[in-house]
Design a protein around this ligand. Structure first.
Ligand SMILES: [Zn+2]
Length: 134
C-alpha cells in the first residue's frame, strides 16, 4: 500500500511553508517519494519532492521533505514559491509524471499513482513512486 495523502499539514512539518496567517495545510498536486529501509540497522528514510497549494491563499509551492526513522516531524528543505500559472504547472507535472516507467499504476479517487522502483535485497528495501492529482 503506497501512502498518497491528499493534504500535508503544517503540524507535520518542522517549519511553515506558506506565510499567510491562516495557512494550516497544503493540497498535494504532485509528489515523488523514495522510501529506503535498512533492516539490519532498522533505519528508514523517506524523501519526497512535492508540488502543493496552500489551501487558504492558493499560492503554489515546490518543496522537499525528509524524515529519518519515524521522527515525529518532516524536515522541510528547498522551498520555492511557484509563480507560473496553474495550467503551466499542471502541464509540467503531467510531463514529469509521464516521464517515468511504471512497474504498477494505480488509479484512486483523487490520484494517479505510479510505482517506479521496488527493490528488495537481503537487508535493504527501496520503494519509489510518484503520484499526481487527477
Ligand atoms: Zn497561504
Amino acid at each position: 500500500m503506497l501512502y498518497t495523502p491528499k493534504y500535508i499539514y503544517n503540524n507535520d512539518l518542522d517549519q511553515k511553508i506558506c506565510k499567510c496567517p491562516e495557512c494550516k495545510k497544503y493540497r498535494i498536486l504532485y509528489c515523488h517519494s523514495s522510501i529506503s529501509e535498512c533492516k539490519e540497522e532498522t533505519s528508514k528514510s523517506i524523501e519526497s519532492d512535492i508540488f502543493a497549494v496552500c489551501s487558504k491563499c492558493g499560492r503554489m509551492y515546490r518543496f522537499s521533505i525528509t524524515q529519518m526513522n519515524n521522527q515525529d516531524k518532516f524536515h522541510v528543505v528547498r522551498v520555492n514559491l511557484i509563480e507560473e500559472k496553474y495550467s503551466d504547472v499542471k502541464e509540467n507535472i503531467i510531463r514529469n509524471y509521464n516521464s517515468y516507467e511504471s512497474i504498477l499504476s494505480i488509479k484512486s479517487e483523487d490520484f494517479l499513482t505510479k510505482l517506479i522502483k521496488d527493490i528488495e535485497e537481503d537487508n535493504y528495501k527501496l520503494l519509489e513512486y510518484v503520484f499526481m492529482e487527477k
